[in-house]
Design a protein. Structure first.
Length: 382
């Protein structure tokens, strides 16, 4: 397992982590199996959105004596009422739901207190214009949550949250299918077949801006729905009309700027261990570019997706990184010091491009790389 820094939190998290979907309705033994397999393969990041008391208690029991081995991302606003899950902003319910979570997990803090999902403007205003954000910030001040977070399926809401400066981590749905779709308040629309009937080209600009803004502001992204709820892994259900491999989905998500960890709702130890092997695969094994390149109706033409396929460059320019840093600078309108220093640290710079064209033959997405190198050299001055 490899590990990455999660934004500016200081947390160094495993590239793949454990979600809790597979724990819903599971026996305590199965939960134990999932947790043990996750820890065995080096996962140190657990996301718990569930309000189900048994899921919370089962996980708490599994973590007894090893709380310090994992970072727990728990959701605030996911409550249990009348034996049912309830997403709520009710001041009478949310704090009680948080206390219940800590008690059942047998811990006195969460590493990330994640405001449970905000997908539309009205809810955003309720959360950030009312008592709830104050409550979450108070929890952070008191050390009961170490970092703040917000989950969303809507890139516009996620972007707004990142721009508040109040949110340290976003839990966001990332996969190549969603990335082609414009922001929608109704998350189910992202998966509606009619929205894939027309040819779709390139990453939606708001999603693109979200990733770059998070990277620039040091907001870490934890990825959910990397497999599209499993649909992307199926020839029958994938909107692409053919299945992706799990490692391709994980790698796609982790090559978005600011993405640090993919959490999966694994349902068996086998699934956990399979995903946990991602970090050990070769670049070739997890390369999703050939899959995306050959899609019949969808295209990423002309847009760098940082896949790295264009290497090697005879001069040694890391083209994907140059493009990434340049895009980060463009999204901010000027070159931030942090981006400039990362660019400076590259061994070779865009200005060294000799326009040999070798990379053009290797790029599956017809990115005008020579032009891009010239633009980056202009922006960074070398
Ligand atoms: S230029 Fe093309 S091959 Fe290179 S990283 Fe970008 S998309 Fe991939
Ligand atoms: S065209 Fe420039 S960036 Fe591309 S391989 Fe040649 S030297 Fe490298």
């Amino acid at each position: 397992m490899k590990y990455r820094e999660l934004g500016n939190t200081g947390l160094v998290v495993s590239e793949v982590g454990l979600g809790c979907e597979g724990m819903i309705g599971a026996t305590p033994d199965l939960v134990k199996e999932l947790v043990t397999s996750a820890l065995d393969c080096g996962m140190n990041f657990f996301d718990l959105f569930c309000a189900e008391p048994d899921v919370r208690s089962n996980l708490g029991n599994c973590l007894k004596g090893r709380r310090d081995k994992v970072f727990i991302q728990g959701h605030i606003g996911a409550c249990w009422q009348n034996s049912q899950y309830l997403r709520t902003r009710d001041e009478a319910l949310v704090p009680a739901g948080f206390e219940d979570l800590l008690k059942r997990l047998d811990t006195d803090y969460l590493d990330i207190g994640m405001i449970h999902y905000v997908d539309n403007d009205a809810d955003f205003d309720t959360v950030f214009g009312g008592w709830m954000i104050d409550y979450v910030l108070e929890l952070k001040k008191a050390g009961r949550i170490r970092h703040t977070g917000m989950s969303s399926h809507n890139p516009e809401m996620a972007l707004k949250a990142a721009e508040t400066g109040l949110i340290d981590v976003l839990l966001f749905s990332v996969n190549p299918c969603y990335d082609l779709q414009p922001p929608r308040e109704d998350f189910d629309e992202v998966w509606t077949p009619r929205n894939y009937e027309q040819p779709l080209t390139n990453i939606d600009p708001v999603r693109d801006q979200l990733y770059k803004t998070c990277e620039a502001k040091g907001v870490g992204i934890v990825v959910m729905k990397a497999f599209g709820g499993g649909d992307l892994l199926s020839d029958k259900w994938s909107p692409f009309g053919r299945a992706m491999k799990p490692e391709h989905c994980i790698h796609y998500a982790l090559t978005r700027p600011a993405a640090a960890c993919v959490v999966g709702g694994f349902r068996s130890a086998e699934e956990v261990l399979k995903a946990g092997r991602y970090s050990d695969l070769t670049d070739q094994e997890r390369d999703y570019a050939p899959f995306l390149k050959d899609l019949p109706l969808h295209s990423y033409k002309g847009k760098c997706i940082y896949c790295g396929h264009c290497a090697p460059c005879p001069v040694g320019i890391n083209i994907a990184m140059v493009n990434k840093f340049h895009d980060l600078a463009l999204v901010q309108g000027s070159v931030p010091d942090s981006v400039r220093s990362h660019y400076e640290l590259l061994e070779h710079h865009a200005g060294e491009c000799i326009a040999c064209g070798q990379c053009l033959e290797n790029c599956p997405f017809e990115v005008p790389i020579i032009q891009k190198m010239a633009e980056a050299a202009e922006t960074f001055g070398r």
